[in-house]
Ligand binder design. Sequence first.
Ligand code: B12
Length: 510
Amino acid sequence: MSALQEGAGTGACPYTLDLPRDLYAGTMLAMLTLINTNRMVPAIGPIGLEYVGESAARAGIEVDVLDLALSEDPEKALREHLLQRSSTLIGLTFRNVDDCFWPSAQWFVPELAELVQRIRRLSEAPIVLGGVGFSVFAEQIVDYVGADFGIRGDGEQATISLYRQLEQNRQEFEAVPGLIWRDEKGIRSNQPSWPAEIVLPAKRTMVDNRAYFARGGQCGFETKRGCNRQCLYCADPLAKGPVPRSRKSAEIADEIESLAGQGIDVLHACDAEFNVPRSHALALCEEMIRRHIGEKVRWYAYLAVTPFDAELAAAMRKAGCVGINFTGDSASEAMLSTYRQPHRAADLATAVRLCREHGMKVMIDLLLGGPGETPETAAETINFIKQISPDCAGASLGIRVYPGTGMVDALKREGPLNRNPGFRRKYTGPIDLFMPTFYISPALGPEPARLIKDLIAGDKRFFEPMAEHPDAAVTDHNYNDNTELVEAIRQGARGAYWDILRQLRHGPGG
Ligand code: B12
């Protein structure tokens, strides 16, 4: 549970202060205050907030960061921080709207609403929201939590632009890319601009990355944004743009060296798919090899199953990559077509083989239960994965249905959403995709988790789906408040979470 939730549902806020204006005497003025709201553990550094903050600082804006994830007492920290400042703008990063994990289905929007109310009682500054999860539901979240603004998509230039407007008392909000705001007509919004070239500061010193490394076991770095694939279920093109946009290799290498200089030597790429496009992945690896970065850090990445070949595998390993998590989804021809994946089962086998040959650990992430999944297609997938034997496989069951994705269109073709028997959710009333809403093919029967567990049959390479019964053991594959991971990292484990969990089961070489 995230700490902001602790107060959730209690209604009353401890800070119903009537702020005396002289409290602001001697406080810092005209600044951008950035707040990390994500208290999920293991803690993941707010890399998006850091890029936004460093870009604003580079543009000459005074920036301060309040990191609620690293605070022992977030309520006190919030109060003390805001009472010492009179910010021009307060920015909140909202990474996870929900935990995307059925049947956990935790929704974090109500606690964000409470936080916004608490901030309102402590500061008169306008509030802007941003973040990857936020970007999928931007207008709805601004409306629900009562924020003044939101920025959908890339936050760097848009935040600077909004800040300048407020600082100069202008209201040309149409000029701010991706901005959501209110006027007398209601909620207004601009399209994000998705700049083709991404130029970011490479320092990574705006948040305490060493603390994140100690608590989270790895720190992130981003090499590209956006995706031109059309995977049925994926909201990335909505949050990150419909075409891949890359950073310059030298800038990324500078950033990794800066993190290494801070003692952070285990990293995770924050790209949806590191190898899309392949040419950029290879060029970056070559730059890292030229600088001997692979001798200083080890890193992990998410990859699409194709394109992946011996040249890229060799370059990645030499550049320091030690583990790859492939978006495998399925090994059934029918399901891969439904998911609109360009790879086929044979490509999964090649990916596993190449990782083995080049000394990288390999995980295949499966997405079981999509439209048309049957016990036969699920068995085909699980049996195939057993045969090609990756180091581990995530058997996720239940797909988070995001508005604006092909998944919604596909389900609408089956008939009215409210009558579709495949939906799984914890709320009542009509289907509302804003709240955690999942789909599991009805053909998998009344106990789909049981069916998948039976197919896995105790094979320890699989992370099994979580049963829906309230007394079911908590799965180890949900990283939302995963105490096993927290404890392992506290004791010194480092790496991608699947690799840490794998080692807990099988030992480092297993
Ligand atoms: C890499 C990754 C991981 C890695 C992180 C490794 C690391 N060290 O960072 C791991 C595997 C640990 C992970 C775990 C989880 N993840 Co994850 N992850 C991602 C991924 C691929 C990248 C996120 C990222 O860092 N992007 C790069 C940064 C720079 O982008 P950004 O945060 O969006 O920031 C930009 C803008 O949003 C904006 N912005 C950000 N903050 C702010 C603030 C303000 C004020 C403004 C104006 C703008 C702004 O500007 C930034 C720069 O342009 C995304 C999918 C994606 N393509 O983004 C999923 C994603 C964020 N994860 C998701 C989820 C659900 C999770 C888990 C909850 C899964 C689980 N149940 O275990 C956990 C949560 C972990 C945690 N403690 O928070 C979901 C969230 C969706 C949702 N419904 O909310 C995503 C979107 C995937 C998906 N499509 O479902 N994840």
